[in-house]
Design a binder for this molecule. Structure first.
Ligand code: SF4
Length: 381
């Protein structure tokens, strides 16, 4: 025990001095159960956060628009998807999307985050790409100042498959229409044995990595995420972080015009998720304590490569997200204005947040707050 405390202290000192954390050391940190040691890990992640990005906690005024929940896939954690004729299926018209964007602009939004189900009927003149371009142009022509943060790597692959195009054609086609950046969602856990169980029809890990790297190469910023706390092991969590770190190294070392702006940990919410997965994990959500330790280890492991870390207030609740700001996070995310995907799975964190509430939550930690744009003030090429 004494020698383990010593070796953990050494590891933490090295990481704070910006040595790169190895996978085996990250595993050792993640396996700790002793409260005193866990608190040391938390303190180290907090120190590294302060050293890398300072004390200010950022947030963004944005709106989520899920344009349809009709989806051809059946992910085992998803309570959002519907078949076309099923109760509760929706597919927003262009007018409804503009109405939502107008409301968002009135409330000061600088970003629209748009994602949807994989709906093979969503085509314009027989082309999926044209339909997705129309979604972007509709918003950009009315509100050119809005940043469009939209379409996961899974949606990129879906459009490419439907239209028999390359990923490059799709990404460039969307960028030309006005796409500003892409969410790094649909990553779940980048391990195909896990993916075959939780999202068997989704793109595999390699395809996800390929599409995100292409987006960086073609000049788009992306976020990065991990859906944690279901069937995956600690080793699979660290392997996931390792692949995200390598992806960012590639973007930076090759001077790509895009890169990863932030890492967002998304703890599994299973209350109303399909039974197949819920029965398998035997719990509705991972414990807050496990999520916070993984939050701290993520900051330490991603190190200098990814400076911005965001907890999900939708999944953790606002109090949990504020707590995560002491475990290495520096951003409280967006106002969202409407959140469906996690809320339909049973999350109780809420579907929208007003700016005052986010500011007061940050101020409760005696840390300054600041509104940011989608790419954290990084100038876009
Ligand atoms: S997570 Fe996305 S791709 Fe999977 S079923 Fe739900 S809407 Fe479809």
């Amino acid at each position: 025990m004494v020698s383990q405390v010593k070796s953990i202290t050494n590891i933490l000192e090295q990481v704070e001095n910006e040595w790169e954390l190895s996978e085996s050391d990250a595993m050792l940190l993640l396996s700790q159960k002793d409260e005193t040691i866990i608190n040391k890990i938390r303190q180290s992640a907090d120190n590294l956060r302060q050293k890398q990005v300072g004390n200010t906690v950022t947030y963004i005024i944005n709106r989520n628009i899920n344009f349809t929940n009709i989806c051809e896939q059946h992910c085992n954690f998803c309570a959002f998807r519907r078949d076309p004729e099923q109760d509760g299926a929706f597919w927003l018209s262009i007018e409804q999307i503009i109405e939502k964007a107008t409301e968002a602009v009135k409330k000061g939004a600088t970003e629209i985050c748009m994602q949807g189900g994989l709906n093979p009927q969503a085509k314009l003149e027989g082309s999926s790409l044209k339909y997705y371009q129309q979604l972007i142009r509709t918003i950009k022509e009315t509100f050119p100042q809005l940043h469009l943060h939209a379409f996961s790597p899974q949606e990129i692959q879906f459009i490419a498959r439907e239209d028999k195009l390359t990923y490059i054609d799709v990404i460039l086609g969307l960028k030309k229409a006005g796409l500003g950046s892409m969410p790094g969602t649909a990553a779940e856990v980048l391990d195909d044995t896990v993916r075959r169980i939780i999202c068997p029809e989704k793109i595999n890990s390699q395809t996800w990595l390929e599409i995100v790297s292409l987006a960086h190469r073609l000049g788009l910023y992306t976020t990065s995420t991990m859906l944690c706390g279901h069937i995956e092991t600690a080793e699979q969590q660290i392997k996931h972080l390792s692949q995200i770190r390598n992806l960012q190294k590639t973007a930076i070392n090759h001077n790509y015009p895009g890169k990863i702006t932030e890492f967002i940990l998304l703890p599994f919410v299973g209350k109303d998720a399909p039974k197949a997965l819920k029965n398998r994990v035997q719990r509705e959500q991972p414990s807050l304590q496990d999520t916070l330790l993984l939050t701290a280890v993520s900051r330490l492991f991603l190190g200098k490569w990814i400076g911005n870390h965001q907890p999900s207030w939708v999944k953790l609740g606002l109090n949990g997200a504020v707590e995560a700001l002491k475990w290495g996070c520096n951003d409280l995310g967006g106002t969202l204005m409407e959140e469906h995907i996690t809320t339909m799975a049973g999350a109780t964190g809420g579907t929208c947040m007003d700016v005052k509430t986010l500011q007061q939550a940050i101020a409760s930690l005696k840390r300054p707050y600041q509104e940011r744009n989608t790419i954290y003030g990084i100038s876009q090429s």
